[in-house]
Ligand binder design. Sequence first.
Ligand code: CNA
Length: 280
Amino acid sequence: VDDDTPPKTLDSRSLESLAKYIKDGRAKRIVVMTGAGISTSAGIPDFRSPDTGLYANLQRLNLPYAEAVFDIDYFRKNPDPFYALAQELYPGSYRPTITHSFIKLLHDKGLLLKLFTQNIDCLEREAGVPDDKIIEAHGSFAKQSCIECKYPYPKDQMQQAIKDKSVPRCLNSECNGLVKPEIVFFGEQLPESFFRNRFLPEDSDLCIVMGTSLSVQPFASLPQACGESTPRLLINSEQVGSLGSRADDVLLLEDCDAGVRKLAEACGWLEELENTWSET
Ligand code: CNA
């Protein structure tokens, strides 16, 4: 649409109208979709930002192409680069951002239908969003298992392996397959919970997309599942996917933390948000 097409649901395509929609109690089933950009201010690099992203900084791992570090066929042949990187990405040393706390605040207010995240850093949980509200579409470091027979592997041994940058092997002695955290690699199936919930956005009355380039399918198609007249808000440094193509899309093309602060302020929630964050 061009910018003159009148919105169907909002008064106008602006943050103020969106905040009014929320304050009027019309957004009670909010679906949030996130990616690595909501964790960069916590100190975790994303994949695709030029200069600072992981893909721009992988020369030291001698990969044939950047994505190979998360490719299951490559991992089978050479798991070392992944284990070198896993040490940096492993949860435990990062604090959730105010953007994570904003999602927690939506939950506290009873407005969060579901959070779909591509992140594997577990910061949503650390911010206090309950497990049953989170779909970790690309898995997480929370569990680990053998890539061949799926035999589970103990967490403490995985932590040690990651610390030592050593590659753990299946504890089922007949197998001896490679073990990896249950994060979804290219070439692997997404968790069943993703497929079970992928049409949930149809039932939402507001969609908020933050910190993702929307370049990985099938996650990238989630915003399209929202109803045509459901407002969709994008908070991201750049325009992504089809966000902006519908009359009720609102774009905040800026830093996530700055964007959620503006939205919270427009809703009259800024102080509450800052308090929620400082308690994390
Ligand atoms: P991506 O492709 O790297 O895209 C990140 C997007 O966020 C880009 O559009 C950036 O412009 C934008 N961005 C970065 N920083 C900010 C910021 N501070 N404010 C606003 N926008 C910002 O990452 P995606 O998540 O889209 O790609 C999917 C991959 C990345 C998933 O499979 C993840 O598992 C994987 N990943 C996750 C993490 C993590 O868990 N924190 C880190 C790195 C990669």
